[in-house]
Every structure is written in C-alpha cells, then in structure tokens.
Design a protein around this ligand. Structure first.
Ligand SMILES: [Zn+2]
Length: 81
C-alpha cells in the first residue's frame, strides 16, 4: 500500500553543471632562465613568455644585440682596431 509519492518520482532535472569558463593555463619556460612559467592570461602577463620583467629585458636585449637575428651578409669588415 504505497501511496504514490509525487515528489519522489519527479525528476529534478539535474542538468550537468556548466563548467566555469576556465582560462587555459599556459605553461612554458622562460627563454632566458628556463624557469617554468605559468600564466592564465597572456594579455595580463606583459612579461610572457618570460618569467619576469628582468628576463623580458634580457630577452629583448638579445634581440637588440642581434643574437637572434638571422645572419646577414655584412660587407663591413672589422676595422675597429
Ligand atoms: Zn626568467
């Protein structure tokens, strides 16, 4: 003699909880000091992919010094001495 239980038989319609929009964590290593770098927001990490401003500057300096530059045929001869 079970009385029909309306509340129990009613599905609550459990929808799968929507996952919060997670920013994908970008993982990389600092090109200068090889420190693991994690950032969720590249736009908010001005030093990315470097770990710090200092490394960013060092990295920038390498570029300015031509360390990363593609070797060009310089016609200049070393006549500094
Ligand atoms: Zn670094």
């Amino acid at each position: 003699m079970n009385a029909p239980d309306r509340s129990a038989s009613k599905e609550t319609g459990n929808l799968p909880a929507e996952e919060p929009v997670l920013h994908r964590v970008r993982r990389t290593v600092c090109p200068v000091c090889k420190t693991p770098v994690e950032t969720r927001d590249v736009a908010g990490a001005p030093n990315f992919p470097c770990c710090s401003r200092r490394c960013k500057l060092i990295d920038l300096g390498k570029w300015l010094n031509g360390e990363y530059r593609i070797p060009q045929a310089n016609k200049e001869e070393g006549e500094d001495e």
